[in-house]
Write a protein that binds this ligand. Structure first.
Ligand SMILES: Cc1cc2nc3c(=O)[nH]c(=O)nc-3n(C[C@H](O)[C@H](O)[C@H](O)COP(=O)(O)O)c2cc1C
Length: 472
């Protein structure tokens, strides 16, 4: 059967989806997607996967896609970052049987994307993008779609969208922020840009940005004329956003934890979800916040959830509708949006601090446990192990925010780093910067490092670039 295109693809394959959950590294995993679908989401994206790693690493494919295949999880779009037409298509061919379309991430504005040369940092490379989309359109059995950020100029954004459409892109998600609008500088997304793109192309368009509640969804559809609306942070803070409901936070937490029991994922994802879901209430119940940061098992997290529920219910029965003197939301136990303070609210530092706080909230739990370990943990809830000693190979690698500490200059886990070490490197993995190297500030060549074969130009933070910047 010929592959469906544009509007036909959207209406028939995607069922005319209007409510879309965004691709989110470490956060749009299967359990969360299923939760969101139960509460009004009609289409979900996987987290961004790295095309080159997907091609070369069977475990990465298994952990990030093949083990996450589930009939209720459709329609589904798999997102890749890539900067090479052949690699992008090879990765997409390996994924296409498990999804309804392949998306190219052209919106990531993070430093890691800059170093790896992908996401929004391909925005000016129209010739390369054309070749990537053309080849994917020609070779894949499913449509190719793109997620972009806008340029400051509406007119250039429109030409950019038209270029992608002409190359074969069948659906476009427009995040109405420029690549400079990130972190505390995020600000509002421009629906004007999105509206102009919508008018200028003949493929379906999804709008992304400024969506915090169902009224925003409806307003966005009306004001921009787009086919669907995508939400990331709004969905993380209230997965029932598309239903127009604001349930009690423990209700959705319990439902999510049940889904995680059925479809295990790293504990760090679960923790990060609960930090966001419970954002407001954890400011009141600080002690539970600390407990959530500390617990090491899913059942431990479930116990914190139960305690949070009891405390909130007690508080509700005590309050009798009287508003306490506090800046916090009155009903802090209700799922609700978190509005990041902008740079102008308070000092510049205050903005930086709040971003930092947000990052810490996400990263406070950076220990990452492999899915197998997670399953083992579910079977042996009393077994303890120190996750700080292990890092999942790729989960923070392309992540939002990235981890800190003694990291491999290729961002590999310690085990992979050792394997990649050349004979010139010692067994502890000299690709990790030691204190001495840091203090010496010496170059890779001085340390006897050689560029490993696999680290091609597409590898995020290729050798010369990363070693150059990390060790120089
Ligand atoms: C935790 C997190 C992870 C994200 N990961 C991705 C990703 O993998 N791919 C992508 O294209 N965008 C990613 N984004 C960006 C979102 O998809 C979205 O474009 C952005 O957050 C703006 O939407 P919002 O205003 O609804 O949050 C991520 C955002 C967040 C908050």
């Amino acid at each position: 059967m010929a592959k469906l295109q544009g509007f036909e693809f959207w209406s028939r394959t995607l069922g005319g989806a209007r409510h879309v959950v965004a691709p989110m590294v470490d956060q749009s995993e299967l359990a969360w997607r299923l939760l969101s679908r139960r509460h009004g989401a009609q289409l979900c994206y996987t987290p961004m996967l790295h095309a080159q790693v997907f091609v070369r690493d069977a475990n990465y494919r298994k952990e990030n896609l093949y083990c996450e295949v589930c009939p209720e999880d459709r329609p589904l779009i798999v997102q890749f970052c890539a900067n090479d037409p052949e690699v992008f298509v090879q990765a997409a061919l390996l994924a296409q049987d498990h999804c309804d379309a392949i998306d190219l991430n052209l919106g990531c504005p993070q430093m890691i994307a800059k170093r790896g040369h992908y996401g929004a940092f391909l925005q000016e490379e129209w010739d390369l993008l054309q070749r990537m989309i053309l080849l994917a359109h020609e070779k894949l059995s499913v449509p190719v779609t793109c997620k972009i950020r806008v340029f400051p100029e509406i007119e250039k954004t429109v030409r950019y969208a038209q270029m992608l459409e002409k190359a074969g892109c069948q659906l476009l998600t427009v995040h109405g922020r420029t690549k400079e609008q990130r972190g505390p500088l995020s600000g509002a997304a421009s629906w004007e840009h999105i509206k102009a793109v919508r008018k200028a192309v003949a493929i379906p368009v999804f709008a992304n940005g400024n969506i915090q509640c169902l009224q925003d969804v409806e307003r966005c559809l009306r004001d921009t004329g787009v086919q669907g609306v995508m939400s990331a942070e709004g969905n993380l803070h209230n997965p029932a956003l598309f239903e127009g409901r604001s349930p009690a936070v423990w209700e959705l937490a319990e439902e999510y934890l049940d889904l995680v029991r059925q479809h295990p994922c790293p504990l760090s994802y679960v923790r990060a979800h609960l930090f966001k879901l419970w954002h407001h209430t954890l400011q009141v119940h600080q002690q539970l916040r600390e407990e959530l940061a500390k617990v090491k098992t899913l059942e431990g997290i479930a116990a914190v959830s139960q305690e949070l529920k009891l405390r909130c219910q007690e508080e509700m029965s005590r309050q009798h509708g009287e508003k306490p003197a506090s800046d916090l939301p009155f009903f802090h136990w209700i799922c609700q949006p978190y509005v990041r303070p902008g740079p102008r609210e308070g000092s510049r530092n205050a903005g930086a601090c709040s971003k930092r706080a947000l990052e810490e909230e996400e990263e406070g739990s950076t220990e990452v446990v492999s899915k197998n370990k997670q399953k083992k943990q579910l079977r042996n809830p009393h077994k303890t192990f120190d996750p700080s000693l292990k890092r999942k190979h790729y989960s923070r690698r392309w992540g939002w925010g990235g981890g800190r500490g003694n990291r491999c200059v290729f961002n590999l886990c310690r085990g992979c780093c050792k394997k990649r070490g050349t004979p010139a490197t010692t067994s502890h993995g000299l690709l990790f910067k030691t204190k001495l190297e840091k203090s010496l500030g010496c170059k890779g060549s001085q340390l006897g490092l050689q560029e490993p074969q696999q680290a091609g130009p597409g590898a995020p933070g290729g050798f010369s670039e990363v070693v150059g910047s990390a060790l120089a």
